[in-house]
Design a protein around this ligand. Structure first.
Ligand SMILES: [Fe+2]
Length: 258
């Protein structure tokens, strides 16, 4: 058995559906991405933050209406552009699950466990991320309780460097605290993030366990340019993450137009 999640990230929707964000029609590009998501028939959706560019309720409402027809469980977490309280209000539905007051949500997917982390730092100077002490304690607790279940962690900010200096200044500021926990939890196999607007694969080596695969994912709208860009790096996209019952996983980025 396998379970496939579609990671949709950094939609940056605006109050006006026809408005451009630095030249990008984010609502139109999202619709094009969602068409391709539909073709892939995922079992669930994973929204990893910066869902509304300026935290407008109408933008969250439009996103909720756009994904409702998938009729799939949907997991979400906020990014630095989001208004967390507004998003929580709009996403208050049985099929939508996000972090609770301690910043964490732990979801039983069957063979696998999915843990959502709220990495938004408030206030932040430049959109940098942080994991609060309460969240780190809750993360240790949930991983210790479910130590036999292969686990994927999702958060907005990247916990590993991309090699792009300005971007790495706004990553998770206390990423070493996160890795200190994950290094002691062999069942954690995957970390996925948004925030970087590009496709990133990284292997985090651990002293006493297999490496953790770390994936960053293209935005559904605006893309950043990696120092070594793939030929299609400019195209909006999403990530498919396939979680197998035996604890292995597969993943690939799907871009609009493929
Ligand atoms: Fe973003």
């Amino acid at each position: 058995m396998t379970l496939t999640l579609a990671q949709i990230t950094d939609t940056h929707l605006l109050a006006d559906a026809s408005a451009l964000l630095r030249g990008c029609p984010t609502w139109q590009t999202l619709q094009a991405v969602l068409e391709q998501v539909g073709d892939c028939q995922p079992d669930g959706l994973l929204l990893t933050g910066d869902l509304a560019d300026r935290g407008d309720a109408v933008a969250y409402e439009r996103l909720r209406e756009a994904i409702a027809p998938f009729n799939r469980p949907t997991y979400w977490l906020p990014g630095n552009h989001d208004d967390v309280a507004t998003a929580e209000q709009v996403f208050h539905a049985p099929w939508l699950q996000g972090p609770t007051a301690n910043g964490l949500q732990s979801i039983d997917l069957g063979a696998w466990r999915l843990v959502l982390l709220n990495s938004v730092k408030a206030p932040a100077r430049y959109g940098e991320g942080e994991l609060s002490p309460a969240l780190l304690t809750a993360l240790t607790d949930t991983l210790s309780t479910h130590s036999a279940q292969p686990t994927a962690i999702a958060l907005h900010h990247h916990p590993v460097p991309t090699g792009i200096d300005w971007l790495d200044q706004i990553q998770v500021q206390n990423a070493t605290d996160l890795w200190a926990i994950l290094d002691r939890q062999p069942q954690v196999r995957v970390v996925v993030c948004g925030h970087i607007h590009l496709d990133l694969h990284h292997r985090h080596q651990r002293p006493a366990a297999d490496p953790i695969a770390v994936y960053g994912t293209p935005s559904t709208g605006l893309q950043l340019k990696h120092p070594n860009p793939a030929p299609d790096h400019h195209r909006p996209g999403f990530r498919l993450l396939t979680l197998n019952d035996d604890g292995s996983h597969g993943t690939r980025v799907v871009r609009v137009g493929e």
